[in-house]
Design a protein. Structure first.
Length: 635
């Protein structure tokens, strides 16, 4: 009886049917055209379109093309890569049904042979959710890999889409079609209408911390770029050294958009740098910067004078880097708002060091030793001034307004064969001294996780308020962090790579990181820089982790003191779901290979933090392993 045949994957359910699908006959009415591979194709229609768990799903094959003859069909239905029972609903098995007995992704495939000649296979994927399932949104950022292989295709810009999916189940996103974007043609001129050659950097206005896309103008100041429609902030960085960089905000990209960007008349910030004794300071680098713009830099002459181009209608910063012969700190101001229409307000600026720097400068000699007080050669010591307050100097404008400047010092030296460092002259301040142990002669690590026999990366606090030749900089023993990687209710995870990412001063050392792989009990041990600030990262998506299907976990920690052991909280790997799809480009055949797909939470406060990344394969297919719901930050 039709409908009583039970079929499983790998079993051919054959029904007989003489099919004539748009056959093209010759003059001989008895002639049957040669049906080669690809002259017929299969598609699958599914009902209901959006099934829920335990619904009956009906799938029907549709045969198209230039075929005639006896047709046999073969079906396969899978859920989580496992076969699903189905029932044939008619004699030729062109129509089947199955029960979706759980949520997730179901895949159907059908093949057909017409008089012994195969057709192009058909396939269909459906998503099944629990009735009334909660949902969440994921933001996908797609970044195409541009090549010059096909100049007939437009340059497709990076773009974002948001997809809402049921929580906690795998989901097939289907085809993700990248939008072609709009061609933006731009020109750049100065206030006099003359062309400006520059680098143009573009980012969406809605993403002030987003990545900038670069394009260069030609010699006539013209440029062309493909963008998705929307508002953009545009940074112009002129090639001419005497021109300041400039932001244009909220520029509209639309169909046939033409950006005519004109640099308005800039201000010239000019004046003099005075030392702590009130005398002009020669050889100092003075730079002015607006937000992320490259700084315009001028070097003071013997008269201490400088001149740098700026635009006064935005928040900008000022820095002064003195010549090393003066033994003075750098001066910085990060948020100056000064927009005077009076030209003389910009041309009569005085940057003055505080008087205390005349005497508050000291000569320091130091020696590197290990924890047994033995001298150490080849240790790099970097002196970094702690917060120097806002009394290091001032910048005074012609209208009488002043802005306080803070002090900053950073200098490095290498210890000699006797462990001694070259004598240095430092402003009187508190310092963090970052000590990096010498690299062994064979460039191999002597101890576990980057710890060397001579000691670990060490940060030592030193106060410099007097001349001294007795500063001992001690490389301390490493400290130890221990923990366990788990999943669910405490099940240990073996083979997980735990990486300690140094933060702050320790990140600047270059060799303060560590890594270890969890054992069969999920345990790991890391040798760390004592008292160092770290972020522990464990990623269950990496090869070797058991069980699979897990996400990543981050934990901020502080290492214990030298020689001490600290047990940290369990690193609990969150469960993940698989989001799969295929990316296609406009006007291109097949899928788009090499497209980077970044997933972030569209419903979270920290929505810009990437949760997963994938790159499309040669067919344009991708699979993202993303955490969900409670595994996400601030949800």
């Amino acid at each position: 009886m039709i409908g009583s045949v039970l079929c499983r994957i790998g079993i051919v359910c054959i029904g007989g049917l003489i099919a004539g699908c748009g056959a093209d006959y010759d003059d001989d009415p008895g002639a049957i055209p040669d049906a080669g591979v690809g002259q017929c194709a299969l598609t699958i229609a599914v009902s209901p379109q959006y099934p829920t768990a335990f619904d009956e799903v009906i799938a029907e094959v549709q045969l198209s093309g230039n075929t005639v003859g006896f047709v046999s069909y073969q079906w396969a239905v899978t859920h989580d890569a496992l076969p699903v029972d189905f029932v044939a609903l008619n004699a030729d098995v062109s129509r089947i049904s199955f029960i979706a007995d759980g949520d997730g992704v179901y895949r159907m495939a059908v093949s057909a042979v017409v008089d012994g000649v195969p057709c192009l296979d058909g396939s269909e994927t459906i998503n099944v959710a629990q009735p009334g399932a909660a949902t969440m949104g994921y933001r996908l950022r797609l970044i195409p890999h541009h090549t010059a292989n096909d100049s007939s295709l437009p340059e497709v810009p990076a773009q974002e889409i948001v997809r809402t999916v049921p929580i906690g189940v795998d989901y097939a996103l289907g085809t993700v079609a990248l939008r072609e974007g709009v061609r933006v043609r731009g020109s750049l001129t100065g206030e006099d209408g003359a062309s400006i050659v520059a680098q143009v950097r573009i980012r969406p206005s809605a993403q002030p911390q987003g990545a900038l896309r670069d394009v260069a103008t030609d010699s006539s100041g013209k440029f062309e770029v493909w963008l998705t429609e929307g508002l953009y902030d545009v940074l112009v960085v002129p090639q001419q050294a005497n021109r300041a960089s400039r932001w244009f905000r909220g520029v509209v990209a639309g169909y046939n958009a033409a950006w005519q960007l004109q640099l308005s008349a800039q201000k010239i910030l000019s004046g003099m740098v005075l030392g702590p004794d009130g005398a002009p300071l020669a050889g100092a680098e003075v730079s002015a910067r607006q937000e992320q713009t490259p700084a315009a830099i001028a070097v003071t002459g013997d008269d201490g004078r400088f001149a740098v181009p700026v635009y006064g209608d935005e928040v900008w910063g000022l820095s002064v880097v003195p010549s090393s012969i003066h033994s003075l700190p750098q001066l910085r101001a990060t948020a100056i708002v000064f927009d005077s229409a009076e030209d003389n307000a910009w041309s009569d600026v005085t940057v003055r060091y505080a008087e205390r720097w005349s005497s508050d400068v000291y000569t320091v000699s130091a020696r590197a030793i290990d924890r047994t007080s033995e001298s150490l050669a080849g240790v790099r010591a970097t002196w970094v001034a702690r917060e120097g307050g806002s009394d290091a100097g001032i910048v005074a404008f012609a209208d009488g307004s002043e802005v306080a400047l803070s002090a900053f010092v950073r200098t490095s030296a290498l210890s000699g064969v006797d462990g001694g460092f070259p004598e240095i002259v430092l402003p009187g301040m508190d310092y963090d001294v970052v000590l990096v142990p010498p690299v062994p002669a064979d460039d191999a690590e002597d101890g576990p996780n980057g710890a060397f026999d001579d000691g670990a990366v060490t940060v030592q606090r030193v106060s410099v308020f007097a001349d001294t030749d007795a500063v001992e900089l001690v490389l301390r023993a490493p400290s130890t962090l221990r923990g366990v990687v788990t999943v669910g209710a405490g099940e240990p995870v073996a083979g997980a790579l735990v990486t300690a990412l140094p933060q702050g001063l320790w990140a600047q050392a270059g060799r303060a990181g560590a890594s270890a792989t969890s054992d069969e009990d999920g345990k790991y041990s890391l040798a760390m820089a004592p008292l160092g600030s770290y972020e522990l990262l464990v990623d269950g998506r990496l090869a070797g982790v058991r069980p699979s299907g897990l996400g990543a976990h981050r934990l901020s920690v502080t290492a214990p003191a030298a020689g001490q052991i600290k047990n940290v909280a369990a690193l609990i790997l969150p469960p993940t779901v698989q989001l799969s799809g295929r990316v296609i480009l406009p006007g291109a055949a097949g899928g788009a290979a090499g497209v980077t797909v970044l997933a972030s939470c569209a419903d979270c406060a920290a929505s810009d933090q990437p949760l997963a990344e994938a790159v499309t394969d040669i067919s344009g297919d991708f699979v993202l392993s993303v955490p969900f719901d409670s595994a996400l930050p601030n949800r």
